[in-house]
Design a protein around this ligand. Structure first.
Ligand SMILES: N[C@@H](CCC(=O)N[C@@H](CS)C(=O)NCC(=O)O)C(=O)O
Length: 250
């Protein structure tokens, strides 16, 4: 029995949902409402002390961190492997995964919060925000404090956009070797990057890669037509469906 604690619009949840769909696995969906801080309740913190989603529960086993969950699923359920056989390619996949966690994953949070999620904190003073929002988060206190109730400043915003540019530039080079990040093999690296580009596209920033990086444009089209991607991105998973966005402003 597989249970995924997740949120429809969360990019980290989307990574795992694509992975589960690629494997053709059935799973029980537990929807955690981030706006209501359901990921910070004592019950949820018992299964994930980081106070973030997603969390996978496989029978009695708890697995945290989206890319770790993807690797776990791929190792335990061996149909349709999402990891290259060759150790050299496997290492290349894992290097991509570390880069994705370090650079574009945190970068995407900046426009996401500034353009959509800030409404959750409307009317809070800085001190109320610290008491009621940032300081209650085991892992994200500093991130929320830096953002504050009014959002990230222009410098942080531009730096986030630059990180997405750097990512897509790096993708463009890798994709010269083949259709997927690790040349011939569709892998977990492609899966965990896809929701990040989808989010940037949804926020109106596809222009970052659209004019200069044709390989990225084609990769994105290839991945979006996969049935697994479409299952993971069901109705209600995109911020433009949930918020009134002023898309592409920076
Ligand atoms: N390293 C974790 C990060 C998960 C994460 O940051 N999830 C976000 C949603 S995409 C979250 O739960 N945020 C909680 C918050 O903002 O308090 C993973 O990859 O699963």
């Amino acid at each position: 029995m597989l249970t995924l604690y997740n949120t429809p619009h969360s990019t980290c949840s989307q990574k795992v949902r694509i992975c589960l769909a690629e494997k053709g696995l059935d799973w029980h969906d537990v929807n955690i409402d981030l706006a209501k801080n359901e990921h910070l309740t004592p019950e949820y913190l018992k299964i994930n002390e980081n106070g973030v989603i997603p969390t996978l529960v496989h029978d009695e086993i708890i697995v945290k961190d989206s890319s770790v969950i993807c690797e776990y699923i791929d190792e335990v359920f061996q149909v349709h492997s999402l990891t290259p056989e060759d150790p050299v390619k496997r290492a290349a996949m894992r290097s991509w995964m570390r880069f994705i966690e370090e650079v574009p994953t945190p970068a995407v949070r900046v426009p996401s919060f500034n353009m959509a999620f800030l409404t959750r904190f409307k009317g809070l003073s800085k001190n109320q925000f610290y008491d009621q929002q940032s300081d209650i988060r085991p892992l994200r206190k500093e991130f929320y404090r830096r953002m504050g109730p009014d959002g990230f400043n222009k410098e942080d915003f531009i730096s986030a956009i630059e990180k997405i540019y750097t990512t897509t530039k790096r993708m463009e080079r890798s994709l010269e070797e083949g259709p997927w990040l690790i040349s011939g093999s569709y892998s977990i690296a492609d899966i965990i990057l896809a929701p990040l580009l989808d989010r940037m596209d949804d926020l109106g920033f596809a222009k970052i890669w659209n004019s200069d990086f044709p390989n990225v444009v084609n990769w994105f089209k290839r991945i979006q037509v996969r049935p697994a991607f479409q299952r993971a991105f069901h109705k209600g998973t995109r911020l433009s469906e949930l918020h009134n966005l002023k898309r592409g402003n920076y």
